[in-house]
Design a protein around this ligand. Structure first.
Ligand code: BES
Ligand code: ZN
Ligand code: ZN
Length: 485
């Protein structure tokens, strides 16, 4: 079993000392444990407790406790148990002011399910005996106050949210060979069907008829043609919340081709679309009382004789003309069509898009925070607030008129690249603003945060394994729960 300890409680003498207290006291006396955040020790219990071993896990200072602390604890305990080839583990966290038992229990369960995630599709079956993967089954949460219906519901909800996040992670990790637009659209459709979400897939002929020429243009160089997936959940009588995701199944840069070094990472350029899929599936499974439309703009950006060229002009769904200054700024092109189509067709009360849009967002904020900007401060603030709750930290970038000049073109109404190459993340947002037709809107640039290399251990959260983070799914679920459209 795992017992979590605040620094302040290390030397406290409780009235009714729990059975593990002498073991802890010994550790403290030896100077072996200080309850620093994430510090832990495992001891055999020599029959003194029901469990054969006990793990003491430091929580740091009480005042620093966040829900994310509980998520990290859940992950750490589950991962340690798996390393020890255990099937189950129990964890106890002391009560904290301002955090309800329901919330704490949910966060522990969520952290465990997120932390245990592994992408093994290309690894083959684990070999006999080889393995920590002796299937860890259950993290039992010892909290008398949550051992009731409410607690069970919190755990069940956490499971749904973690599973939706892990689905997004899997799609992002998958090889581009195995997820061209047509295939990814089919996967989305199948998942939607299971969750009771309506799915419509638009193929090139239909896209052409409707005038989604920016999306078609981006996909024109590839032998794998684009798709637009439209997912709908909830009563049409309610005001819709529109979610749009960039879904470039591979971004080579096109004719403005990227350098070879690191190009393999561009399989994750569909993370935005995987995120909106995960979010709407979770909303449906949780039966949230909202109306959601999620659009995945899927295309592969490849160079070839049929590809669009720098200097080409495209006419987007809303009839705005776009000079393609750089074929590598393709995300804003597919989103231009997805947003303007979504806004026109569904007349949403609010729109949010997610995209691995710019290297500049990654340079500015690294893997720590997601850039957020938009046309409506209430939407932006509500997203930031939801992120505080889920541990998906957002940082707002400015988006005022001066930046909008950067996307003016000499030959068309807009150009897809800024002049001078400065403030790249903001210029991306300034471009997208032309496609929301005044709808209150926010744009999340997840280029830095959708993937983690586990390089900076002290900054790394325990529930984020190497690779796709699934950032945004939990954030959107929380946001949909709270937002009054
Ligand atoms: N998918 C990339 C952005 C990206 C880069 C995501 C690195 C994650 C890591 C995007 O399509 C792109 O290439 N953007 C260009 C835009 C520029 C040409 C205006 C960029 O950021 O360099
Ligand atoms: Zn690109
Ligand atoms: Zn891209």
């Amino acid at each position: 079993m795992a017992v979590c300890i605040f620094q302040e409680d290390l030397k406290a003498a409780p009235k009714r000392a729990p059975a593990w207290k002498p073991l802890l006291d010994d550790l403290v006396q030896l100077g072996d444990f200080h309850a620093k955040y994430k510090e832990f020790r495992i001891l055999p219990t020599r029959g003194q407790l029901a469990a054969p071993r006990i793990m003491f896990l430091g929580l740091g200072k009480r005042g620093d406790f966040l829900l994310d602390t509980a998520r990290e604890v859940g992950a750490r305990v589950a991962l340690t148990a798996r390393d020890l080839k255990l099937r189950t583990a129990a964890v106890w966290v002391p009560p904290v002011k301002g955090v309800s038992p329901r919330e704490a229990v949910g966060a522990l369960a969520e952290g465990a399910a997120l932390g245990l995630y592994e992408f093994r599709e290309y690894k083959g079956e684990p070999k006999e005996g080889d393995d920590k993967r002796v299937a860890f089954e259950e993290l039992r949460i010892l909290d008398a106050r949550a051992a009731n219906e409410k607690g069970a519901k919190a755990v069940e909800e956490a499971r749904i949210i973690a599973e939706s996040t892990n689905l997004a992670r899997t799609l992002i990790m998958r090889s581009s060979l195995d997820k061209p637009p047509e295939v990814l659209a089919k996967v989305a459709q199948a998942e939607a069907e299971k969750a009771g979400v309506k799915a419509t897939v638009l193929a090139p002929a239909e896209l052409k008829r409707l005038g989604l020429n920016a999306l078609l243009g981006v996909g024109a160089g590839s032998v794998k043609p684009p798709r637009l997936v439209v997912l709908e959940y909830g009563a049409a009588s309610k005001p819709a919340m529109l979610l749009c995701g960039k879904g470039i199944t591979f971004d080579s840069g096109g004719i403005s081709i990227k350098p070879a070094d690191g190009m393999d990472r561009m399989k994750y350029d569909m993370a935005g679309s995987a995120t909106v899929l995960g979010a709407i599936l979770a909303a449906a499974r949780l039966k949230l009382p909202v109306r959601i439309v999620a659009i995945m703009a899927l295309a592969e950006n490849m160079p070839s004789g049929s590809a669009i060229r720098p200097g080409d002009v495209l006419v987007a769904y809303n009839k705005k003309t776009i000079e393609v200054a750089n074929t590598d700024a393709e995300g804003r092109l597919v989103l231009a069509d997805a947003l303007s189509y979504g806004v026109d067709k569904f007349k949403p009360a609010v729109a949010v898009d997610l995209a691995t849009l710019t290297g500049a967002a990654r340079v500015a904020l690294g893997g720590i925070m997601t850039a957020v900007m938009g046309s409506d401060n209430r939407v932006i603030q509500s997203l930031i607030e939801a992120g505080r709750h889920t541990g998906d930290d957002l940082w707002q970038l400015p988006l005022n008129r001066s930046y909008e000049k950067q996307v003016q073109s000499d030959v068309a109404e807009l150009r897809n690249q800024g002049i001078g190459g400065m403030a790249g993340a903001i210029v991306g947002g300034a471009f997208l603003k032309h496609f929301v037709d005044g709808t209150p809107w926010a744009h999340l640039d997840i280029a830095g945060t959708c993937w983690t290399e586990k390089g900076t251990a002290e900054l790394q959260k325990e529930y984020l394994p190497k690779g796709a983070t699934g950032i945004g799914v939990r954030l959107l679920v929380e946001w949909m729960r709270r937002y009054k459209a």
